[in-house]
Write a protein that binds this ligand. Structure first.
Ligand code: 13P
Length: 251
């Protein structure tokens, strides 16, 4: 199994107008040979910017992704966006099961799993998000919650090439708080173990990202934790200079 290539992914969430496309251009321009040698870069802008963002990224090697897809291939789902639509807009990946959707839109593990399968049908790489709330961590249930989410959101048939997991403790998202490197190592080690139980040696090649208040000044420490194979970056991905600085912190 070749060593895991670091993936630095930016989740723009519900941010970004056409006036922000200059940041996409700056990310493309900053993805130089030195950075290409170290990490894959993925930008997930809002759906309204996918096509113009793809035009700005063309030829740069920076990957384009969606932030969500519907489990159904198409049809009467007002406001929905299908995996095929993402693919048609130039995306090669999609975030699924983000805690903001699990919490605000009551997305269950079963729905997340259905979205992964929908993504696979169109050849998209799913980034499956898992992570405990503050209450769950305080109750000592972080490992149990993440274990359940990984077991129930991740379908059979995973390979190193078709699955990325992102551990995002809910209490670390947008708060400026991060877990200790030891806590991150414990959860990432747990996820790796679960993947190995199910997928054997293939799990050694699967990337497990850390997300939650990743910034240029803490990225080096977080990216150096065992079994951390990259980052899923929210707020700091909106500024090309910060996003590139995080990517350059890859060990
Ligand atoms: P922040 O980096 O803003 O904490 O967001 C993390 C996140 O939710 C990425 O998906």
């Amino acid at each position: 199994m070749p060593p895991r290539r670091v993936l630095i992914a930016g989740n723009w969430k519900m941010n970004g107008l056409r006036s922000a496309l200059g940041e996409i251009e700056a990310i493309a321009a900053g993805y130089d040979d030195a950075l290409k040698a170290r990490a894959d870069l993925l930008v997930c802008p809002p759906a309204t910017l996918l096509i113009p963002a793809g035009e700005r990224l063309a030829g740069s090697g920076v990957l384009l992704g969606g932030q969500n897809c519907h489990p159904s291939p198409g049809g009467a789902h007002t406001g929905g966006i299908s995996a095929e639509m993402l693919q048609d807009a130039g995306a090669c990946a999609v975030i699924v099961g983000h805690s903001e959707r699990r919490t605000n839109l009551s997305e269950s593990d079963a729905v997340v799993m259905a979205k992964v399968k929908a993504a696979w049908c169109r050849g998209l790489l799913p980034l499956v998000c898992v992570g405990e709330t503050a209450e769950e961590r305080d109750a000592g249930a972080a490992v149990e919650v993440v274990t359940r989410q990984v077991r129930q959101s991740v379908p059979d048939g995973c390979t190193a090439a078709n699955m990325v997991i992102a551990y995002e403790p809910v209490w670390a998202i947008g708060t400026g708080r991060t877990p200790t490197p030891e806590d991150v190592a414990q959860i990432h080690g747990t996820i790796r173990r679960i993947l190995k139980e199910r997928f054997g040696a293939e799990a050694d090649g699967m990337r497990i990202l850390y997300g939650g208040s990743v910034k240029p000044d803490n990225a080096a420490v977080l990216l150096a934790v065992p079994d951390v194979d990259g980052a899923l970056v929210g707020g700091a991905s909106l500024k090309a200079s910060d996003f590139l600085a995080i990517a350059r912190a890859t060990p």
